[in-house]
Design a protein around this ligand. Sequence first.
Ligand SMILES: [Zn+2]
Length: 181
Amino acid sequence: MAKKKAKNKAHRKRKEKVRAKKVTQSAPKEEAKRELKIGAIDEGTVIDHIPTDATFKVAEILDLENQKGIVSIATNLQSKSIGKKGIVKVGGKSLTQDEVNKIAIVAPDATVNIIKNYYVKEKIKVKTPEIIDNVVKCSNPVCITNNEQVATKFYVAKKDPLKIKCHYCERSMGKDDIKII
Ligand SMILES: [Zn+2]
């Protein structure tokens, strides 16, 4: 019995120790550092090499407004390969193939990095698909896809700059006409 009591006491002591951790008034160095690195995510996805003007399109495709994890969006960053670029980091999210395909349409040079424990576990280069199913809205108002419950379908005629052609009305669309569904 006495032994048990002693054990309990020791346990309580340990607990108290944790509680006694002092937080100084001025932010400790480590904490400040962590704050500056807020963009780093332990697990999730980083989409890099997004053309600057497509950064927020990518955010829209991934519905980042409704994400629960850490989201950081940076744009107008210098890039050796594509001039100016954007980066999107999403904590706790892995992309579906559908999302990767959508990203490829607005950001054909993007790389998708899968992050695990703060390290890049896998690097995927997006690839513009040959056929784009149910991703882009047809710009032709009389197209069947705008008037009936028909999923859109486009053929990629040219990859860079992107040119696509509607399967139903044969309307050709360029990068600037493209609206993601
Ligand atoms: Zn059409």
